[in-house]
Design a protein around this ligand. Structure first.
Ligand SMILES: [Zn+2]
Length: 301
């Protein structure tokens, strides 16, 4: 079980699945990665699928939620892929994962979740918002409010582009049913002060646009080290060495790179504990400065 206690905050990881459990070639996700990058990464990164050769080194993308428990509130950050969803990508089409069993393993039932925060509205961050019941998509967490960023919400409300089909599928089966059930709050993240007040003391979101039109980070702190849930701002530790490396599916690549660099610069060598959405187990760690770039120190719990 992966749990961190940071002052009054408890954070638990709930696994959905590994996208491509056998791993994807790193050069497929990051076409610009070099031999040098991989050699540097392999010198400190303990993940077994990372090697010095970009053509054989693999990436295993973990898809998991983090649950923040603070003063009796249970807040779920990013709701992963979900089950039984039709998706325009084989590796995530019609999944059946033991996510709810994994949630139970950290002592929580779906009814116990008070707030669901999606860092952005990509398919792998909204899926468990709903589950299939008698042929209908119903809220998985019936007692929760769900926070969605306004920019992403508006983007996928009107998006017809075929390249974005998978996110549109997720919007239709995992976001709209929540809005129709009256459980959604659409947040204007261009006004961070208002956002901070809306979510309350100890937990807040900040704009981190680029990877999607309106993606955000979630932060939490209560009498202990700050926790940063950065969603997809950094997908993989290789971006510590080359923060400018972008993904083919970043919405706005230059902005995504700028956002990543600014975030890494802000938290490097601080006591911030990081909770990335896709780093493989043990996922949680700290960002350290390494010359003019960064490295990641995984923390075993
Ligand atoms: Zn993602």
């Amino acid at each position: 079980m992966h749990q961190q206690q940071l002052g009054r905050l408890k954070v638990s990881k709930v696994l959905d699945s590994y996208m491509a459990s056998a791993g994807l070639p790193v050069s497929m996700i990051f076409p610009d990665v070099t031999h040098d990058d991989m050699r540097k990464l392999a010198s400190w990164c303990p993940l077994p699928e990372v090697t010095e050769d970009p053509t054989t080194s693999l990436i295993a993308l973990s898809v998991h939620s983090f649950v923040i428990q603070l003063d009796g509130q249970n807040i779920l950050v990013d709701s992963c892929n979900g089950n039984h969803k039709t998706r325009a990508l084989d590796m995530v089409d019609n999944l059946e994962t033991p996510y709810l069993e994994n949630l139970a393993a950290v002592g929580l039932k779906p009814e116990d979740i008070h707030l669901v925060m999606c860092t952005h509205l990509h398919f792998d961050h909204v899926g468990w918002n709903t589950r299939l019941e008698n042929g209908r998509w119903v809220p998985t967490f019936p007692n929760a409010r769900y926070l969605f960023g306004k920019r992403d919400y508006e983007h996928w409300s009107t998006q017809e582009d075929e390249a974005e089909l998978i996110h549109r599928q997720a919007f239709d089966d995992s976001v709209l049913p929540i809005v129709q059930a009256g459980l959604a709050d659409i947040i204007d993240t261009d006004d961070p002060v208002a956002v901070r007040q809306e979510i309350g003391n100890g937990v807040w979101i900040e704009p981190a646009y680029g990877h999607s039109p309106g993606c955000v980070t979630v932060s939490a702190q209560a009498d202990g080290a700050p926790a940063l849930f950065w969603g997809d701002i950094v997908h993989h530790p290789v971006q510590m060495i080359r923060p400018e490396l972008t993904l083919p599916f970043d919405h706005d690549q230059p902005t995504a790179a700028k956002t990543r660099l600014a975030m890494l610069d802000r938290i490097a060598d601080s006591d911030t504990i990081c909770f990335p959405a896709h780093f493989a187990d043990p996922s949680v760690g700290r960002v350290l400065r390494d010359g003019s770039v960064y490295r990641y120190q995984f923390i075993d719990s």
